[in-house]
Design a protein around this ligand. Structure first.
Ligand SMILES: Cc1ncc(COP(=O)(O)O)c(C=O)c1O
Length: 400
């Protein structure tokens, strides 16, 4: 359509949202569908956070606020970074936006010029490349496959850096693989970055609190203080505090960058919801015990799903360190034909046939830039997970 912009032509709608929408439509039409597509915790926001939001409404905290966040919340974010990550930031180094998504978008919009390259390890969260494209930059996606547990190797990072590299986007634990970099693995990457002072680091720590066994979360500026002046440490309350709908994300970094991000936000959405900011404030300052309870719950589900998927014929499912996703490899299924008569030529066909023949909704790997795989979100009940994995096993057993 001639009316639409060239910018629009560079991007595609989010495939993960598309899968969730399709699964919901089938459900509404009366089909027995189990959705494993959604990227959000399946339980409610904690009561103390809801109460804080209600109190904010009753106290009339319903007006515009400072564009990039109320001072109390910025202070709480500084305290969080000090407490949990050993990072010292001043409120002037902090910005608050409408979800982690807007934070990343603001940063790219504020910094990318045509020709600027942004290194993104694949598989990646679906929005990174499209946001870079929207901002006018060039995504440089580097495959980190199952043979390295989906973790980018230092030599790959070194080889991808050019004089045009502006950012390296880092996400651990990862959406879609759940892979978490150990301190030593991350240090090996930051050592590379120390040799290239023009490259900035955008770290997306959204799944920080969802780590299992004795895995220790760490973030680039903490592992390599030499990167502090060129790192944007991004985080949010969506996943850890079961607050996806409230839309609060935040970041800390150099003042000039934070100011520039605020300028972008001031001419687009202005402040994030005032009520949500007070809710996030309670989330960060209130009791934190439920974080450990959630971790235990998700770890149990991870074990269940990894165990059952590895019993599906043609499927190899690594055991990830965190988040609430697994990213099984289905090389053993490609080229076969399903019981319903579909030739499985790639992972998108696999996911469509799985949905149509068994009612299990997963997101195909090509959406995340690495195939042949699919992503399972195990943020759903144990009973639904067991039933879904049993159906996947049956589907795979039927491939000939
Ligand atoms: C890796 C990653 N970063 C950022 C986000 C965005 O989070 P928010 O809902 O706060 O915008 C998500 C959400 O799925 C994510 O998985």
């Amino acid at each position: 359509m001639a009316f639409l912009s060239d910018t629009l032509a560079r991007v595609k709608p989010s495939p993960t949202i598309a899968v969730t929408t399709k699964a919901n439509e089938l459900k509404a039409a009366g089909k027995d569908v189990i959705g494993l597509g959604a990227g959000e915790p399946d339980f409610d926001t904690p009561q103390n956070i809801k109460d804080a939001a209600k109190a904010a409404i009753d106290a009339g905290k319903t007006k515009y606020t400072a564009v990039d966040g109320i001072p109390e919340l910025k202070k709480a974010i500084c305290a969080k970074f000090a407490r949990e990550n050993g990072l010292t930031y001043q409120p002037s180094q902090v910005t608050v936006g409408t979800g982690g998504k807007q934070i990343l978008y603001n940063a790219l919009m504020a910094t990318c010029n045509p020709g600027d390259e942004v290194i993104i390890p694949a598989p990646y969260w679906v929005s990174y490349p499209d946001m870079v494209l929207l901002a006018g930059g060039t995504p440089v996606c580097i495959a980190a496959g199952i043979e390295t547990q989906f973790k980018l190797q230092p030599a790959q990072l070194e080889a991808a850096i050019t004089p045009k590299t502006k950012w390296f986007i880092f996400n651990s634990p990862s959406n879609p693989t759940g892979a978490g970099y150990t301190r030593a693995e991350l240090k090996a990457l930051t050592d590379v970055l120390m040799r290239h002072p023009h490259v900035w680091v955008m770290t997306d720590d959204m799944y920080e609190h969802l780590v299992f066994d004795d895995f220790e979360f760490c973030t680039p500026a903490q592992v390599e203080p030499g990167l502090y002046d060129r790192t944007l440490t991004c985080n949010g309350v969506s996943k850890a505090y079961a607050m996806t709908g409230w839309r609060i994300g935040y970041a800390a970094g150099p003042v000039a960058l934070i100011k520039a991000m605020g300028t972008i936000q001031s001419q687009s959405t202005s402040n994030p919801s005032s009520v949500s900011q007070y809710a996030a404030l309670e989330g960060l300052n209130g009791p934190q015990e439920f974080l450990a309870e959630n971790r235990a719950l998700f770890q149990r589900r991870r074990d269940l799903v990894v165990g059952m998927l590895n019993q599906a014929k043609g499927v190899t499912c690594p055991n990830p360190e965190g988040a609430f996703y697994v990213y099984p490899d289905i090389a053993g299924c490609i080229g076969k034909t399903s019981a319903g008569g579909t030739k499985i030529t790639n992972d998108e066909v696999f996911a469509t046939a799985l949905l149509e023949e068994t009612g299990v909704a997963v997101v195909f790997g090509a959406a995340f830039g690495l195939s042949p795989n699919f992503r399972v979100s195990y943020a759903t009940s144990d009973a639904a997970l067991k039933e879904a994995c049993t159906r996947i096993q049956t589907f795979c057993a039927g491939l000939v």
